[in-house]
Design a protein around this ligand. Structure first.
Ligand SMILES: *Cc1c(COP(=O)(O)O)cnc(C)c1O
Length: 363
């Protein structure tokens, strides 16, 4: 059997390169990188490439993915606030979890006692993005309760921004986290060893040297896979933006008008389509649709190809201006945004393949 399409191809040597660059930028600022594996569902060749790139800590939002990495001898963190119903698995499959609810931490404590393990807690503080985290004014009281619990070790504070509210991290909002660290030291004589200052949106502060010196950890996913920081969407120096490529196959190639002929009703998704009359165009249909992957965020690598639209199983492209001599059966390649990459990774209809697989020899 030949290659299977549509397929998502991960270039492992580009990924290793991105990890090395990001780790090096962060290490210069005494920041440890925790690599986030959720966007690629902890697929093994990618996880191993990332470890090869020089990180020693992994994090995922799902137990299912942490289970896949059970045999790997490195620190593992659960990123999403645990469900009470999964506390036992949390303690079993992760060394640390991000938390904001004392009732859940109590359940983690019970599970840890039962499993005879010590579980580390990173207390999440909401510094304004309004996703997870205790409010700053409630943090001290929460700490007071956490430190009484058996087999629970409060190791640090963390925050997550630019996810729900789009809040950009800066010295002022990250400063709230640092003031809390000092308060906790003064009140409880407890020296927290981890200040986790966010995700890929905090990298710009590392690059321009404004990240507070107390921040010593970042949890990085998107920057590794797409080579960009996510506060302003700028390329990280020396990183690849195209480590992941989606490939699809042309199943029809014809010259057709750009406006349908007759009365226009609703399309297959119940929307009233709009058309711009560009005259007769050379149109390619590739075997890829809304059922396979999120369409917004797909960008043809060939800049002379544009997207007309898509239905469940068909993506219609305007290839009139392409310099390539396209034929039926040819492959059209796309770059992907974060959301689209996520949807391709979790899609059972998209084959996963790897390029430069020989470059990693992690054991
Ligand atoms: C997904 C996630 C990250 C990683 O975010 P990126 O933007 O991909 O770097 C970090 N922390 C938490 C809590 C997350 O859920």
């Amino acid at each position: 059997m030949g290659k299977v399409y549509p397929c998502l191809e991960a270039d492992l040597s580009k990924l290793i390169h991105n990890v090395k660059e990001i780790v090096s930028i962060c290490n210069k600022n005494n920041i440890k990188v925790t690599a986030v594996t959720k966007v690629f569902c902890a697929y093994r060749p990618i996880v191993e490439s990332i470890l090869q790139g020089g990180v020693s800590e992994l994090a995922d939002s799902r137990i299912l993915n942490l289970k896949k990495m059970e045999d790997l001898n490195c620190k593992k963190t659960l990123l999403r606030i645990p469900m009470v119903s999964e506390c036992y698995e949390v303690v079993r499959y992760s060394d640390m979890s991000l938390n904001s609810e004392i009732d859940t931490i109590k359940k983690l404590s019970m599970a840890a006692v039962e499993l005879n393990k010590v579980h580390d807690i990173l207390l999440m503080v909401d510094i304004g993005d309004l996703r997870e985290g205790v409010l700053v004014e409630d943090a001290i009281d929460t700490v007071r309760q956490i430190i009484t619990l058996d087999n629970i070790n409060l190791v640090g504070l963390g925050t997550n921004v630019t996810c729900y509210g789009g809040l950009i991290p800066d010295t002022e909002n990250l400063g709230k986290l640092i003031r809390l660290k000092h308060d906790i030291k003064n009140i409880f004589n407890l020296d927290l060893s981890i200040i986790s200052g966010g995700n890929s949106s905090s990298l710009y502060m590392v690059i321009n040297d404004t990240i507070p010196k107390e921040v010593n950890n970042l949890r990085i996913g998107e920057s590794i896979v797409l080579g960009v920081e996510t506060a302003y969407g700028e390329l990280i120096p020396n990183c690849y933006k195209d480590a992941f490529i989606l490939k699809s196959e042309i199943i029809e190639l014809k010259y057709k008008p750009s406006v349908p002929n007759g009365n226009i009703g609703l399309n297959s998704f119940g929307e009233k389509p709009q058309f711009e009359d560009k005259g007769i165009r050379k149109r390619a249909i590739v075997a890829l649709g809304k059922q396979d992957v999120r369409m917004e965020g797909l960008k043809p690598l060939d800049e002379n190809i544009s997207i007309f639209g898509a239905s469940s199983d068909h993506l219609i492209l305007d290839v009139t201006d392409s310099k390539e001599d396209l034929k039926i059966g040819d492959i059209v390649e796309f770059k992907l945004s974060y959301g689209t990459l996520l949807s391709a990774m979790t899609s059972p209809y998209i084959e996963k393949s790897y390029k430069n697989e020989e470059v990693y020899n992690y054991i």
